[in-house]
Design a protein around this ligand. Structure first.
Ligand code: ATP
Length: 371
């Protein structure tokens, strides 16, 4: 199996810097996702790894070998694109056989490898069909079989599921993950879909404006974002700018007051964290995920981590109810409550009390450059 390393890669498209000094190590057999908003440089980085694009500066290593100057066909990569890129005039068999015939393998070898690859994606029975006689999901499976037929060292996937409808996409995600685990091939997926990256990957590299903003497991990037960009891009988030209140901090808790949330005109929202979990700075940014906030009994009269709010908007999204609420002084928060919690969801204008635990508050680094 094979690892990929990217060292100090920059890409300058005539003054438009798509990537800047990117370093990245993708481990042997790993499912790694490059995740980020449109235009952040994901596809550029994948194309550089594939060899379709020569970087302005920097090097790419596959299994320790410097492949920066090798053409794509010498890098032993399998690539799957968003639009499948099947040859419309060739049967499923011939599409999958294409790369093998280019390699001038014997007819017998070609047949064996095509059949093996189609079996991997469970399309053995479809060999004689033309691409237009297949569903979108089946076409994408043919594209995956074609990529795997040449027995590549690494599999590179550029938004391969984004043309599929929501249900099929979920099924294909599961299939893709199982297939990747079964054959153990080092895989890099480009996606802008956070849920896809979180559910499929061993690790995720979050890209923003040509820089890697964080590399970590799905759990790490969601629960412990290293900066504001990652906190804001992955999932929904309430961000509070906070200032430490030394006079109320004691052995059990560190107390902060929010600058952008107030309970009434002169009363800042107070937040308490477990002692020891704080950063050095006295002012910082704090993250509170919407699903960590609870709607509680009105009688709760806590000094910290709770406040009265007015419901502004209610959206029923099936598995949960999403509430936008307004504090009685300043600031709006987003709350996600699992559906069964409410017999009847709250109505706009209703006043409710919300609360969260000390552990639900996460301090994150302020960035020098925000995007
Ligand atoms: P998307 O999710 O929209 O596909 P992406 O993260 O894959 O976006 P890239 O396609 O890598 O982004 O593009 C990164 C930046 O480089 C963008 O600003 C884009 O306009 C620019 N870019 C990409 N290819 C070229 C090119 N051939 N010439 C000039 N600029 C380019």
């Amino acid at each position: 199996m094979v690892s990929i390393s990217v060292r100090q890669i920059s890409q300058d498209f005539g003054g438009n810097i798509a990537l800047e000094q990117v370093d990245l190590d993708i481990h042997d057999g790993e499912f790694f996702s490059l995740l980020g908003p449109s235009g952040c440089g994901k596809t550029t980085l994948l194309n550089i790894i594939a060899g379709f694009l020569e970087p302005t500066t920097g090097s790419v290593f596959i299994n320790g070998d410097d492949v920066t100057n090798l053409p794509p066909y010498k890098r032993k990569i399998g690539m799957v694109f968003q639009n499948y890129a099947l040859f419309p005039h060739l049967t499923v068999f011939d599409n999958v056989a294409y790369g093998l015939k280019v390699k001038k393998l014997s007819k017998k070898e070609v047949r064996r490898k095509v059949e093996e690859s189609l079996a991997l994606v469970q399309l053995e029975a479809f060999q004689e069909r033309m691409p237009k006689q297949l569903s979108g999901g089946q076409q994408q499976r043919v594209a995956i079989a074609r990529a795997l037929a040449i027995e590549p060292s690494v599999l590179l996937l550029d938004e391969p599921l984004s043309n599929l409808d929501a249900n099929l996409r979920k099924d294909m995600q599961t299939e893709l993950r199982l297939l990747q685990k079964r054959i153990g091939i080092t895989t890099v997926l480009v996606t802008h879909d956070q849920e896809e990256a979180l559910s499929l990957s061993d690790r995720i590299g979050v890209l923003g404006q040509g820089h890697i903003r964080q590399i970590g497991s799905p759990l790490d990037v969601y629960r412990k974002p290293e900066n504001e960009f990652v906190a804001g891009f992955i999932g929904q988030v309430n961000l509070l700018s906070v200032k430490k209140v030394a006079s109320e901090t004691d052995d059990n808790k560190t107390v902060y007051q929010a600058e952008n949330f107030t309970m009434s005109e002169n009363e800042p929202l107070k937040l308490a964290m477990n002692k020891g979990s704080e950063l050095e700075e006295t002012t910082s940014l704090m993250m509170l995920r919407p699903e960590r906030i609870r709607v509680v009994a009105e009688s709760l009269n806590e000094l910290y981590n709770s406040c009265k709010v007015t419901v502004v908007q209610v959206s029923y999204i099936g598995s949960s109810v999403r509430l936008t609420v307004k504090l009685q002084g300043k600031g709006e928060m987003l709350i996600l409550v699992p559906d069964p919690v409410f017999h009847v969801p709250p109505e706009p204008e209703q006043v409710i009390t919300i609360a969260w635990n000390k552990e639900d508050l996460i301090l994150i680094n302020q960035e020098e450059t925000s995007s």
